[in-house]
Design a protein around this ligand. Structure first.
Ligand SMILES: *[C@@H]1O[C@H](CO)[C@@H](O)[C@H](O)[C@H]1NC(C)=O
Ligand SMILES: *[C@@H]1O[C@H](CO)[C@@H](O)[C@H](O)[C@H]1NC(C)=O
Ligand SMILES: *[C@@H]1O[C@H](CO)[C@@H](O)[C@H](O)[C@H]1NC(C)=O
Length: 357
């Protein structure tokens, strides 16, 4: 991360940016030409330092064009600096050492069913879950539904193209989300809560359009009823000893998604979103967080996930939620001190303000 300044009036030509090599692989250094004459000797071949003395300018340029760089360590992503010294001139240029990764492709198939899996976590709420499934099947007859269930006495969930994963009891919300998302084989998954209800305005295809219009996007959220809340996060890294400071503000960033005036970039979004399976799996939902911990996933994903919040698609909350005392006793444990401790430690924070404004 060194700050490199290009020397003034240097007769040396060398790469400033974009010289990327694979680890351990011999690679010619582009643009290494220079414009003066001398003898014709090359010393230090295969070493970290090479000295070239040439009999003419043309000769020197030919020799310089044959200089290669080979990294001697295998790392997935690292860097090095090249120093290029001629008379009083000394130039330094960065070398990116990057093991190329293999692309992961998904067959886009014919329709939404081959692109999206619906994922849901449930706990003690089969009545609501059945309502949700009924409403999904009204609009999406064949889409796969993955359910992670940590109820105390699990009941078989009925219906076709449903994968029902039964977990040890009360493992918690994030553990269930991670389990459900880990089983997705499609490019995208749609996160829903077990008390949601699909309507004709729950158009998954519209969220796919936003995602495909901007391939850097990892998450595109929509509205639940009329609510499409989203937050911005500011984070100052602070120093190694004390840690950083994180604040959460209401509302998305100012930047709309081109072509979709109802969508804005954001940092934290509501629990109804289309996620890019690969990238969300890399961040993951930390299973240490059992219940109310909405922001933690987005805090963990800050700097890794590009997120947008849209308001032109929505899902509803079920109107009649069955009163369920057992469920409520668990639900009452809100974003508690235990979670806070985790934030401070895990994210190395000295201050956190989730209600900054
Ligand atoms: C070297 O200098 C000559 C003139 O002195 C110029 O024509 C030529 O373009 C220069 N070559 C490079 C690679 O800078
Ligand atoms: C050239 O500059 C680099 C970086 O500033 C330094 O490490 C290197 O020793 C210098 N070489 C010479 C010969 O001055
Ligand atoms: C699935 O069907 C069985 C047998 O009819 C029933 O006992 C069970 O409650 C149903 N599952 C759910 C989640 O409603």
């Amino acid at each position: 991360d060194l700050l490199l300044l290009a020397p003034a009036n240097s007769p040396l030509q060398y790469p400033i940016q974009g010289f990327t090599v694979a680890p351990l692989k011999k690679t010619p250094i582009p643009g290494m030409l220079e414009n003066v004459t001398t003898g014709d000797i090359v010393k230090g071949q295969g070493k970290a330092q090479i000295t070239i003395i040439a009999s003419s300018e043309a000769r020197l340029n030919i020799l310089l064009q044959q200089v290669h760089y080979t990294s001697t360590v295998y790392r997935v992503r690292t860097g090095d600096l090249g120093h290029f010294v001629f008379e009083d001139h000394n130039a330094t240029f960065p070398i990116v050492i990057q093991q190329p990764s293999v692309p992961i492709l998904y067959d886009p198939g014919e329709d939404v069913n081959s692109q999206v899996t619906i994922t849901v976590k449930t706990f003690l709420r089969y009545f609501e879950l059945n309502e949700l499934i009924r409403s999904i099947r009204k609009y999406y007859k064949n889409i796969k539904i993955i359910i992670a269930d940590d109820s105390f006495d699990p009941v078989k969930v009925n219906g076709t193209n449903i994968e029902h994963y039964i977990m040890p009891p009360a493992q918690g919300w994030f553990a269930g989300r991670t389990l459900a998302v880990s089983q997705v084989t499609t490019k995208y998954f749609l996160w829903v809560d077990d008390d949601f209800y699909f309507t004709e305005n729950t158009k998954i295809e519209e969220l796919i359009k936003v995602m495909e219009s901007m391939p850097e996007l990892d998450i595109v959220s929509a509205a639940v009823g009329k609510n499409s809340f989203s937050h911005r996060i500011t984070y100052e890294e602070g120093d190694d000893g004390e840690g950083g400071c994180l604040q959460r503000y209401n509302g998305p960033l100012k930047e709309p998604i081109p072509g979709f005036p109802q969508c804005f970039l954001s940092n934290v979004v509501i629990n109804f979103f289309l996620g890019r399976s690969d990238s969300v799996r890399k961040v993951s939902f930390d299973p240490q967080l059992k219940r109310a911990a909405h922001s933690q996933f987005f805090i963990d994903g800050l700097g890794d996930l590009l997120i947008a919040s849209c308001s032109h698609v929505n899902v509803n909350h079920q109107k009649k939620i069955h009163r369920n005392e057992k469920y409520l006793t668990f639900r009452k444990q809100t974003e508690d001190t235990e979670n806070r401790k985790l934030y401070f430690f895990k994210n190395h924070l000295k201050c956190i303000n989730l209600k900054a404004g």
